[in-house]
Design a protein around this ligand. Structure first.
Ligand SMILES: C[S@@+](CC[C@H](N)C(=O)[O-])C[C@H]1O[C@@H](n2cnc3c(N)ncnc32)[C@H](O)[C@@H]1O
Length: 170
């Protein structure tokens, strides 16, 4: 990849949102997510939007939980959003390929680029139908809490690659 150290992500109109289901509960993830969020915000407009977790899930099936979470995910989206589901069955990329991908999106997406992490049982069919793309961060499955940190670190890494920074070594 040709690294463009003059590239200025702040000039892009694109806003990146990471949409998640349920608050982050573990303090070690909260701390690290905050750190990588702040680093990422030096480069780009980025926020994490949290859909409140469902209450009393013991009395409903996994499918019912996915459907209810799916309804809330759909409500949080708007027709102008470019939607990417983080999904273990999606397309895999190397970090440098993800940097190139995000650079293209900065030039073509003028509104929100929304990455979505599913709840503990994944996405409902309604959410899959809205997706523009599906992206995998590994063939392995991570918890819906842990993948937040893994994704934000990769986003920060991609932006640092585009700026020609020292964070990524290949
Ligand atoms: C515990 S996983 C759900 C697993 C569920 N069996 C499924 O098929 O989606 C919770 C969420 O974390 C995210 N996730 C977990 N592992 C992932 C991976 N390797 N790549 C991308 N996203 C992942 C996805 O958004 C998923 O909906």
């Amino acid at each position: 990849m040709e690294i463009n150290s003059f590239f200025n992500p702040k000039q892009s109109k694109m806003k990146v949102t990471l949409l998640v289901v349920g608050r982050t509960v573990e303090s070690h993830f909260i701390k690290a997510i905050k750190d990588y969020t702040q680093r990422t915000q030096r480069y780009i407009s980025f926020d994490m939007q949290v859909i409140p977790e469902l209450k009393n899930t013991k009395n409903i099936t996994f499918e019912q939980q996915k459907a209810k979470e799916g309804e809330m995910i759909c409500k949080a989206l708007s027709p102008s959003d470019y939607i990417v589901l983080l999904d273990e069955h999606g397309k895999e990329m190397r970090s440098i390929e993800f940097a190139e991908w995000i650079e293209k999106k900065m030039m073509t997406v003028n509104k929100r680029l929304v990455f979505i992490i599913g709840g503990p049982y994944g996405f409902s069919q309604e959410v899959y139908k809205l997706a523009n793309e599906k992206m995998s961060l590994s063939k392995m499955t991570f918890s819906h809490q842990m993948i937040r940190l893994i994704f934000i670190e990769q986003l920060y890494r991609a932006l640092n690659i585009l700026k020609g920074g020292p964070y990524h070594h290949e």
